[in-house]
Design a protein around this ligand. Structure first.
Ligand code: FAD
Ligand code: SF4
Ligand code: SF4
Length: 557
């Protein structure tokens, strides 16, 4: 009986490499015997334009309506193959891939096993292809304005980048002025201009741009909606504003822990944090105002901080050069992985800054207002040294922004174990949150120096632009869908969805059901797995498709 299926199988031997283990002619002959397989071809380079054109023509000429590609990882080329079949007039979701390179040829040195597994993989891909369903694309309108939260240097750079991309932005800062931490500093390494000059230049651009709206003394109270159409409630002074945005970027920086919490020592005029030292240097007009003997202590927390290394080395050198006093850095394993930090460390040593390495954290005693430090010097075979100084600068530990817990639960975005905002994928999507349309930049999610924070500002702006470049964006309609008749509205899927893509919906003014928002859904399939009523179906990986694969695999176990 004709079921209308016309399967085309496209094999690729990856420039001839896979043929060393896999006999493609034998596989082709086997595949041609399978019912509904209309056409089988062998190519050397399906990733190249020339071969793709041939594939497109083959699909049209042979009337193929399901495509199976046996080649490399779908991660690399699946989207490309989807585009080819779409151009050939077949729905882009009627594609099934077998990864015979990474999962067969690369994984199995034994040629016989690699070839056998390749045949199995292709067979399961064919069986899955029989159950594939088309997913239609639809266009939805998006609001192209962007909300940036946090007016430090990262937030400021982000709105300038967005303005360059022709997107209108609102920048909200909870303090009375923009600038964040840079307002406290006299110097920044390795920037040649002062933080004040850098800020002034950036703020001038912000004021000149028509498409940037700045609200100071302002905070985000609530957000509803989804990517492309968020509604934000903002408190600005005494007013409460409601505005719509297509994307939201967090640039809320971080807080820091005080020395009292680290050592049980009360902060005083001769024990300060690195930030307090920065402010002290900024406000001292004369060299004599800077204490003559200073000790820095670092590596006291279990988390290495790049920003802390910058601050210690830059200030140790600056003070040594200015006052010529005694400057000592107590460290365990000063890790210096920022641009220019190795040079800065060498400059410190050449100018006479003393570095003392410890294994056991030094004892810090305060007697009659005097600071005494007892430390075992690792490089002197553990010899016990007692130092005194006029000022002790204690490493500060970066802490998550104070309100990150509240904001993360308001917006349903994830936090990491320490409470910083969590990237969706630290390698692939380093500025994206778990929610489509919400991004991070700067110190609110990572320990970043200025240059890295500015790079992230550009990344976050470009990510928002990618989403909002056009007034209407194309999304896959109902790739994952809830059957309202089966839904018992138990809320399990709403709680389980890591991307906050499921909302409550009332059907015909009557019963409530779960509803998936196409733009926000990332197609992970978790909701379909957890739904106790089996009311959710992922068209891309339906139960039928998975069972068909398992059935064939079962035959080979
Ligand atoms: C002691 C010290 C020394 C440093 N030295 C160097 C150096 O020499 N070289 C270098 O490259 N880098 C250095 N850095 C790092 C540098 O300061 C940061 O990379 C940079 O300041 C990051 O800026 P940001 O905008 O991400 O954060 P921030 O400057 O902290 O700005 C965040 C802003 O967000 C606002 N905000 C927070 N929450 C909200 C909210 N809910 N709503 C509205 N607004 C909010 C805050 O008020 C603040 O204005 C140093 C950092 C420290 C702490
Ligand atoms: S888990 Fe299933 S039954 Fe429960 S709300 Fe979601 S779709 Fe409805
Ligand atoms: S597939 Fe389900 S769980 Fe995954 S993002 Fe989409 S709605 Fe959320």
């Amino acid at each position: 009986m004709d079921n209308g299926l016309r399967l085309g199988v496209f094999l690729c031997d990856c420039g001839g490499t896979l043929s060393k283990a896999i006999d493609f002619s034998a596989i082709k002959a086997e595949l041609e015997k399978i019912s509904d397989v209309t056409y089988v071809s062998i190519s050397h380079d399906l990733c190249l334009e020339r071969a793709r054109k041939v594939m497109q023509e083959d699909i049209k000429d042979k009337g193929i309506n399901r495509v199976v590609v046996a080649a490399c990882s779908p991660e690399l080329h699946e989207n490309g193959f989807m585009n080819i079949i779409q151009a050939a007039g077949v729905n882009r979701y009627l594609l099934s891939m077998a990864n015979i390179r990474e999962q067969c040829f690369w994984a199995h040195p034994d040629k016989g096993k690699a070839a056998k597994k390749a045949m199995n993989q292709i067979g399961t891909a064919i069986d899955r292809a029989r159950f594939l369903e088309p997913v239609e694309q639809t266009k939805i309108s998006v609001n192209r304005d962007v909300l940036v939260i946090g007016g430090g240097i990262t937030g400021i750079a982000t709105v300038i980048e967005l303005s360059n991309l022709n997107l209108k932005t609102t920048l909200i800062e909870k303090k009375t002025a923009l600038g964040g931490k840079l307002n406290q500093f006299a110097n920044l390494y390795p920037v040649r201009v002062t933080p004040g000059e850098l800020l002034a230049a950036k703020l001038k651009q912000v004021t000149e741009r028509q498409n940037i709206d700045v609200l100071t003394s302002a905070e985000l109270i609530d957000v509803s909606g989804q990517a492309g159409n968020f509604t934000a409630k903002i408190r600005s002074g005494k007013k409460e504003l409601v505005r719509n945005f297509g994307a939201i970027i967090f640039a809320t920086g971080c807080d820091s822990q005080s020395p009292g919490q680290i050592y049980g020592l009360e902060p005083s005029n001769n024990i300060v944090t690195q930030s307090q030292l920065e402010e002290m240097i900024k406000s001292s007009s004369k060299v004599e105002e800077i204490p003559q003997s200073i000790c820095f202590i670092t590596d006291t927390s279990d988390k290495h901080s790049r920003v802390s290394s910058f601050s210690v080395l830059e200030n140790a050198l600056g003070i040594k050069e200015k006052s010529g006093g005694e400057v000592c850095v107590l460290c365990q394993s000063l890790q210096i992985d920022g641009a220019g930090l190795e040079r800065l460390y060498r400059d410190c040593r050449n100018k006479g800054v003393l570095f003392i390495k410890f294994d056991i954290p030094p004892k810090i005693l305060k007697q009659d207002g005097e600071i005494r430090i007892e430390v075992e010097d690792v490089l002197m075979s553990g010899e016990r040294l007692t130092l005194s100084c006029d000022l002790l600068v204690v490493e500060e530990t970066s802490m998550p922004p104070l309100d990150s817990k509240v904001l993360s639960s308001t917006l349903n975005i994830g936090l990491d174990a320490r409470g910083f905002y969590q990237e969706n994928n630290v390698h692939l999507y380093p500025v994206a949150s778990n929610r489509e349309g919400i991004f991070f930049a700067g110190n609110c999610h990572a320990d970043l120096d200025l240059m890295r924070a500015l790079t992230e500002a550009s990344n976050a702006a470009l990510s928002a632009y990618q989403l909002l470049a056009q007034e209407k964006i194309t999304v896959e309609a109902e790739k994952t869908m809830v059957d309202p008749d089966k839904c018992r509205f138990c809320l399990t899927c709403i709680r389980a969805c890591p991307h906050h893509a499921i909302q409550e919906f009332r059907v015909n003014h009557e019963k409530m059901v779960a509803q998936i928002v196409d733009l926000a859904c990332q197609g992970c399939g978790i909701c379909a797995v957890v739904c106790p009523a089996k009311a959710i179906k992922s068209k891309d990986w339906s139960d039928e498709q998975i069972l068909a694969e398992l059935e064939l695999l079962g035959e080979h176990v």
